[in-house]
Write a protein that binds this ligand. Structure first.
Ligand SMILES: [Zn+2]
Length: 298
């Protein structure tokens, strides 16, 4: 089996193959043969789904520098090395059905990346900078039940998130809603209040949460080392995962949002749906000032 694998890889190396299929090989480790000498400099697509990989090599970008698509669906990958950020030509990365708890921020450095598939993992949060790149258009994060929020830069991307997050029993939780025209939008359960243009001062609880968030982020980076501050458990969890970030300034928000509703035809998403849906885009701002200056079209 191992020699057959070596043979497949050395043929691909000698004949300068652009595609290599290593699906269903029961691989526990990334094949060393792929990383030998100068690697496979011509390889553009590597298919390694349904193996048992737990990690990726640090020198992946050095040995496979021309990878455009990398398929790692259904492995046991726990950690993606920071070096992934050096795969400068990568356009499609599939890490669905793995054991990822964290995605390294370097994934946000992949400037050519268009498709990112992270469904069915154990993610709790995504790097805040993810989506800053214009190229990234499709992000799939379905079925990461601990994932409580998405980075604000993903607001105009195509997101797969059906079944994402713990299910909310609408009948048990009284959700706040707001209406604009004929449309009523229900807000996440954590939202305690809806701000309007008449409120000029934020509620004390919200101010306290934002100050704590800034303090701990500035001094400690890792909120897990938070000393036992006397916050109720529900607020402590919220401090780890703000319910969202302002679409205007990216400030985290905890208990209050200032919503604004844009009919779909006014958003950059309109072209994708070509009149087939009437869904609108809801933007959340952190304050009256941000709400007044937020305009999708500017
Ligand atoms: Zn803001």
């Amino acid at each position: 089996m191992a020699s057959e694998l070596c043979k497949t890889i050395s043929v691909a190396r000698l004949e300068k193959h652009k595609n290599l299929f290593l699906n269903y090989r029961n691989l526990q480790h990334f094949p060393l043969e792929l990383l030998k000498d100068e690697g496979l400099q011509y390889l553009e697509r590597l298919y390694m789904k349904r193996n048992s990989l737990t990690t990726l090599p640090e020198n992946l970008a050095q040995k496979l520098p021309n990878l455009v698509e990398l398929y790692l669906h259904s492995n046991n990958i726990v950690v993606v090395p920071e070096a992934i950020g050096s795969l400068v030509k990568l356009q499609c990365l599939d890490l669905s059905d793995n054991a990822l708890e964290i995605v390294c921020p370097e994934i946000g450095r992949l400037r050519a990346l268009r498709h990112l598939r992270l469904a069915n993992n154990q993610l709790q949060f995504l790097p805040p900078d993810l989506g800053r790149s214009r190229e990234l258009q499709y992000v799939y994060v379905d079925n990461n039940i601990h994932l409580k929020g998405l980075p604000s830069f993903l607001y105009n991307k195509v997101i797969g998130c059906s079944g994402c997050g713990a299910p909310i029993q609408v009948s048990e939780v009284k959700l706040l809603s707001f209406s604009s025209g004929q449309l009523t939008v229900f807000l996440p359960a954590e939202v305690k209040a809806i701000g309007t243009e008449k409120d000029h001062i934020l509620p004390l609880q919200e101010l306290a949460m934002r100050t704590l968030h800034h303090t701990y982020h500035a001094s400690l980076k890792d909120l897990d080392f938070l000393s036992p501050v006397s916050l109720p458990r529900s607020l402590l969890e919220l401090l780890h995962c703000p319910l969202g970030h302002c679409h205007r300034c990216s400030e985290p928000m905890f208990t209050i949002v200032y919503p604004k509703l844009f009919p779909l035809r006014e958003t950059p998403m309109a072209g994708l749906h070509q009149g087939r849906t009437t869904v609108s885009f809801v933007a959340y701002c952190c304050s009256t000032q941000c709400l007044q200056t937020f305009d999708l079209l500017s």
